[in-house]
Write a protein that binds this ligand. Structure first.
Ligand SMILES: Nc1ncnc2c1ncn2[C@@H]1O[C@H](COP(=O)(O)OP(=O)(O)O)[C@@H](O)[C@H]1O
Ligand SMILES: CC(=O)N[C@@H](CCC(=O)OP(=O)(O)O)C(=O)O
Length: 312
């Protein structure tokens, strides 16, 4: 019995220590904006999606202004398969035909975004869903990519050139949590809309938002622990890397890590305090990365900072 009481007390004390450890980080980040990118591969089951929604609501009550940007690549793949529409990835980006674009828009804005808004709002009326199309919040130009030194046409794929931060700020100022789908209207070189909509990779859109909003952090949830120096060697996890070190490493990266680490680099280069890659398969990993001293994933820091976890 005495043993049980001590064990229960130990558990209670460990919980209190976790709360106290979070205190300086909560003080530091209260009032800041954080852009949280939730990747389709990190949404694999209901428990994880529910834990994600809890973390977002926790952040909001800790005084942070979370802005969620979501992906949905696997969910788009599933719908394209069901409809018998072929699609391929080049350099980590989907080659997007007009037929595929209709499916991208339907799945991201009509399905994934609706699910996330519903999960967050099960805790209270906090969340509003929007697409880059709403209020022309994300404006984009068509972009291709380079694979093996050769230019590749990706079709209706875009890169964000302008963020209407006033649209996002007005929701945040009203105490809301925006959940943003990365479908963006195309704008021409004169800044006029062409009438087309473009498919924007959610990592690169999240970086553009984080940079435009002057976010304290960009946090990207995915299906790996973080960035591995020698992928697929799981013992080579990088816990902290500077933007200059990442710039040198970028050309050696593969597949989905290319837009993801490119997004972290862009965000930090453009003034975002830190970018983090976090394992979305582990419930509450986002809170651990933000509110514990050791952190759990990979953080990207500006070179001007020392390479220490204390710099988060
Ligand atoms: N150096 C690396 N470190 C970690 N993961 C890597 C690396 N190189 C390639 N990958 C792959 O990138 C994947 C993450 O990208 P992606 O599938 O596009 O994620 P998401 O859907 O979350 O955006 C990982 O699951 C892993 O298979
Ligand atoms: C151009 C491009 O590749 N767009 C992505 C958009 C969704 C996305 O980025 O989803 P994840 O974050 O889950 O990968 C796509 O069509 O899959």
């Amino acid at each position: 019995m005495a043993q049980t009481i001590r064990t229960n007390l130990d558990i209670a004390q460990a919980k209190a220590e976790a709360l106290i450890e979070a205190l300086p980080w909560i003080q530091r980040f209260a009032g800041t904006t954080m852009v949280i990118k939730y990747g389709g591969n990190a949404m694999v089951n209901d428990e994880l999606r529910r834990a994600f929604a809890e973390d977002i609501v926790f952040l909001r009550h800790a005084g942070v202004n979370p802005v969620v940007v979501h992906g949905g690549g696997p969910q788009i793949n599933k719908m394209l398969d069901t409809l018998g529409i072929k699609s391929e990835f080049r350099g980590g980006l989907r080659v997007t035909t007009p037929e595929a674009m209709d499916v991208v828009r339907m799945v991201l804005t009509g399905q994934v975004q609706r699910d996330l808004v519903g999960l967050i709002n099960s805790h209270g009326p906090y969340s509003v869903g929007m697409s880059g199309e709403d209020g022309a919040t994300l404006q984009a130009i068509r972009t291709g990519t380079i694979v093996d030194g050769q230019p590749v046409d990706l079709g209706l794929v875009g890169e964000v050139t302008r963020v209407r931060t006033d649209q996002v700020d007005s929701l945040v100022d009203a105490g809301m949590i925006p959940v943003i789908s990365t479908v963006a209207p195309e704008f021409d070189e004169h800044g006029d809309p062409t009438g087309a909509v473009l498919n924007v990779n959610a990592d690169t859109a999240a970086a553009a938002l984080a940079s435009a909003l002057g976010a304290a952090k960009l946090v990207i949830l995915t299906d790996v622990e973080g960035l591995y120096a020698a992928w697929p060697d799981k013992s080579s996890l990088i816990s902290s890397i500077t933007n200059d070190e990442l710039r040198q490493m970028l050309p050696s990266l593969e597949s989905g890590m290319i837009p993801k680490m490119g997004a972290c680099l862009k965000a930090v280069d453009e003034g975002v305090g830190q970018a983090h890659i976090v394992d979305g398969r582990a419930p509450h990993s986002m809170l651990l990365e933000i509110f514990t001293t050791a952190g759990v994933g990979t953080q990207v820091l500006p070179s001007s900072h020392t390479n220490s976890k204390d710099t988060k």
